[in-house]
Design a binder for this molecule. Structure first.
Ligand code: CTP
Length: 148
């Protein structure tokens, strides 16, 4: 038995066009917990919150995450991407997020409420070099260059 700080850990996200930033977050989260659950946001939720559908449909995004060796469980988040709501359904000892969310007032509020329940919210280094948005932009550039 190894001595990790947390039993059950949770990360949540869209994980569209799976990239190394997603992998880094998941791997680092698993370094801190024995059991890692990943919540994947549904297509409908992404449409609602980002104003556009993901490129890869939810079943395929879940299948990819399920195959990552650091992941123990994958669940679909299809009503509200709230860590508190998720805690009430499936309690966890720590939520891990990329540090791009540091200072986000909603996250800070949730962090406080989770702490009252005995759960932590920990920020891990965000991978600056990539993101789904960057990949989509890069594909668009490549297309334009090829059409010249
Ligand atoms: N994440 C990260 N490093 C990246 C991209 C994402 O650490 N380069 C983390 C986020 O902080 C979040 C999780 O991965 O905790 C899921 O992020 P998600 O929104 O699915 O991915 P993005 O690539 O950031 O998507 P987008 O560009 O559409 O915002």
């Amino acid at each position: 038995m190894d001595d990790k700080e947390y039993g059950t850990g949770l990360v949540m996200g869209v994980f569209d066009l799976f990239h190394v930033g997603h992998l880094n977050l998941i791997r680092r989260a698993k370094e801190h917990c024995d059991y890692l659950r990943v919540g994947v946001l549904s297509d409908e939720l992404v449409q609602k919150f980002k104003g556009h559908a993901p490129v890869i449909p939810q079943d395929e995004r879940m299948e990819i995450i399920r195959a990552v060796r650091y992941v123990d469980d994958v669940v679909l988040i299809d009503d509200n991407p709230s860590r508190l709501l998720e805690y009430s359904r499936r309690p966890f000892d720590c939520y891990f997020s990329g540090d791009d969310y540091i200072g986000n007032p909603y996250f800070e509020m949730e962090r406080e409420k989770l702490r009252e329940k005995g759960s932590d919210l920990v920020f891990l280094p965000y991978t600056q070099t990539t993101s789904t948005t960057k990949i989509v932009r890069r594909i668009q550039q490549v297309q334009e260059e090829r059409q010249k």
